[in-house]
Design a protein around this ligand. Structure first.
Ligand SMILES: Cc1cc2nc3c(=O)[nH]c(=O)nc-3n(C[C@H](O)[C@H](O)[C@H](O)COP(=O)(O)OP(=O)(O)OC[C@H]3O[C@@H](n4cnc5c(N)ncnc54)[C@H](O)[C@@H]3O)c2cc1C
Length: 167
């Protein structure tokens, strides 16, 4: 009997409140993907105390002037990437499916999640260096899903809550 290849999913969740709708939605995704046969890795950025700012402190021997992508490229090549960033990058690279779970803030992702992308999607680790761009990048062929919540005001939408501006 043919066997289905093992699949893995990384859910990166960004909501400060464990009892929020967004967090409940992420927990449902973890359960549903597990039931669908995925090995699920759940990364909760607020619970981990993820530091989102990409700056020179991450690279002890950064050159002057500071060039973030050049430093990422060098750190990946030399094996000196920050240990936490490296571990998150490894978790990303092993995932067949990436789920980004967050509340929509200013039509985008919260800063904690944007900073995860800034630091973990490192040049040389995901694209560039030994990887190329587009068809040659490390995650080419993988899938990604945005699992987000929005705000809505009944007075804005004429009675039907839904996506809106901040609020
Ligand atoms: C800085 C900022 C910028 C924003 N920008 C935007 C924007 O650009 N566009 C936009 O549309 N919105 C915006 N918002 C609003 C934001 O997107 C919503 O407040 C957020 O997505 C709501 O999700 P939540 O998980 O926080 O909801 P919650 O407040 O936790 O819950 C929402 C509702 O669901 C209920 N609920 C909670 N848990 C469950 C559950 N398990 N089952 C059933 N019901 C449940 C709650 O009781 C509540 O009524 C912004 C908010 C902020 C703070």
């Amino acid at each position: 009997m043919p066997t289905t290849p093992a699949r893995s999913a990384l859910i990166v969740h960004a909501h400060a409140e464990p009892d929020s709708f967004s967090s409940a939605q992420a927990a449902t995704a973890v359960r549903a993907l597990g039931e669908a046969g995925y090995t699920v890795d759940h990364l909760d950025l607020y619970a981990e105390g993820w530091a989102p700012v990409l700056d020179r402190d991450e690279f002890p021997s950064a050159s002057v002037p500071f060039k973030p992508q050049a430093e990422q490229l060098r750190a990946v090549k030399d094996g000196t990437l920050d240990a936490v960033v490296r571990s998150h990058l490894d978790r990303l690279l092993t995932a067949d499916l990436l789920v980004l779970s967050f509340p929509l803030w200013w039509f985008s992702m919260p800063a904690v999640l944007k900073g995860w992308v800034d630091r973990v999607f490192a040049m040389g680790g995901v694209f560039g260096g030994d990887h190329g761009l587009f068809d040659e990048a490390a995650l080419t062929g993988r899938r990604a899903v945005l699992l987000l919540t929005t705000g809505g005001s009944t007075w804005l939408s004429g009675g039907v809550p839904g996506p809106s501006g901040p609020g």
